[in-house]
Design a protein around this ligand. Structure first.
Ligand code: V47
Length: 386
């Protein structure tokens, strides 16, 4: 054992985390009891363990991408208590983009080196199946090289319903129209108690996982999330992480885990305080340590703010998301972050946090790396890092 490992073990022992530190150093799986200890122990000790796990996988590298968000509608019939984004048709601020309007948003960024569009929305049953196919085709036609990461498991459930076809068939048709992968939203907290209290009209946790399984089997990678900092308990969060970890053991389809911090403005849960910065860092660290089979943990800067996202790169996160351009879900809920950052700013934040910036595409192929051993300065390095 190295001096560095000895020092880590000594600090973990002081925090009551000796057996967990031994497992982390051995690369062994943590159990749910360990998870509870991580929620209760000194944050810095937990962060150090998560950082060790992150550095073993990714060294000093920190990933970002040049992406663009498009929300195609905020019409929604799920009425989730945490949501500030949803509207009914005709309500002030309600919108539903035509495929051509969505494509115009893509064309407006053609001068930027965007590699991904992240496209999600509310659920509205009157939207016909043909709309989703046309939307994908229009976006791809506007920028054929773009990777389309679209539709949460919640939207896919609705799309299959309106298509009146099995999900497997629908996925093949969506892929043919341009779908390349799926984002991780809509999972919230799987526990039935929280589902019933906050989002009972939305698909259940088990259904979310079933759809993710089907999507992975169809050959598409997805992300996964957990919405924390509202009414959930530590045990319910661990149950959520455990269900994600078990599905990942089965499919290996999750690329990135993103803990999402509840933002409490303009929604039914506005009386709740939301998570503190320390809670956010802990959630990143616990996710990194419990989800030993998911390669990446994202500190979504839009939601965390830039300083916390920078700190998160030393608490287990290895990714900060991207340039974004236009964001509604968090800004409707009171986020004070900008809607967009320039690529150069992302690079600077990552460097300032003591990490090596690596621009990735959606599937974590390297587009550009500041690490000269991976790519000569300024030259793109099309190397897969998985
Ligand atoms: O599913 C909604 C959450 C999610 C609020 O896959 C809220 O790369 C906090 O999933 N406060 C959508 N959270 C965002 C999302 C996402 C974001 C960035 C990257 C990726 C990815 C996925 O946002 C929803 C819901 O869980 N959400 N309202 C709110 N008031």
């Amino acid at each position: 054992m190295s001096d560095r490992d000895d020092a880590l073990l000594a600090r973990a022992r002081k925090a009551g985390l000796a057996s967990i530190a031994e497992k982390v150093l051995a690369g062994a799986r943590l159990d749910l009891e360990d998870g509870l200890a991580l929620y209760r122990a000194d944050l810095h000790a937990v962060g150090e363990l998560a950082n060790r796990s992150r550095e073993r996988r990714h060294g000093d590298l920190a990933y970002f991408n040049v992406n663009q968000h498009v929300n195609y509608t905020n019409y929604c019939n799920k009425f989730c208590s945490f949501c500030s984004f949803d509207r009914l048709p005709g309500q002030e601020g309600a919108f539903w983009l035509t495929p051509e309007q969505a494509a115009a948003k893509i064309r407006a960024q053609l001068h930027e080196p965007v590699t991904e569009v992240h496209m999600v929305a509310g659920v509205w049953p009157a939207i016909p199946y043909s709309y989703y196919l046309e939307l994908l085709r229009a976006v791809k036609a506007a920028r054929p090289s773009i990777h389309v990461k679209a539709f949460t498991m919640v939207e896919l459930d609705q799309i299959a319903k309106v298509a009146r076809k099995p999900l497997t068939e629908v996925l093949e048709e969506l892929k043919a129209a341009g779908l390349d992968s799926c984002p991780g939203g809509g999972a919230e907290v799987f526990a039935e108690r929280v589902h019933e209290a906050g989002y009972r009209l939305k698909i259940s946790g088990e259904r979310w996982l079933d759809i993710a399984r089907t999507v992975h089997r169809a050959g598409l990678r997805t992300n996964c999330t957990m919405l924390h900092g509202h009414i959930e308990t530590q045990e319910e969060k661990l149950d959520h992480l455990d269900r994600l970890r078990r599905l990942q053991d089965e499919t290996r389809g999750f690329q990135t885990y993103i803990p999402l911090s509840f933002h409490p403005e303009n929604n039914e849960w506005s009386h709740l305080p939301g998570p503190s910065a320390l809670d956010e860092l802990r959630e990143i660290a616990v996710g990194r340590l419990m989800l030993d089979n998911i390669a990446h943990v994202k500190a979504y800067w839009i939601m965390l703010g830039i300083p916390i996202a920078q700190l998160a790169l030393s608490f287990g996160a290895d990714d900060v998301d991207g340039t974004v351009v236009e964001e509604h879900i968090y800004h409707d809920a009171g986020a004070k972050t900008p809607q967009q950052v320039q690529r150069a700013e992302l690079v600077r934040w990552i460097r300032d946090a003591g990490r090596i910036p690596v621009e990735r595409d959606t599937l974590y192929n390297v587009v550009w790396s500041a690490d000269e051993t991976r790519a000569p300065a300024g030259k793109p390095a099309p190397v897969a890092v998985r």
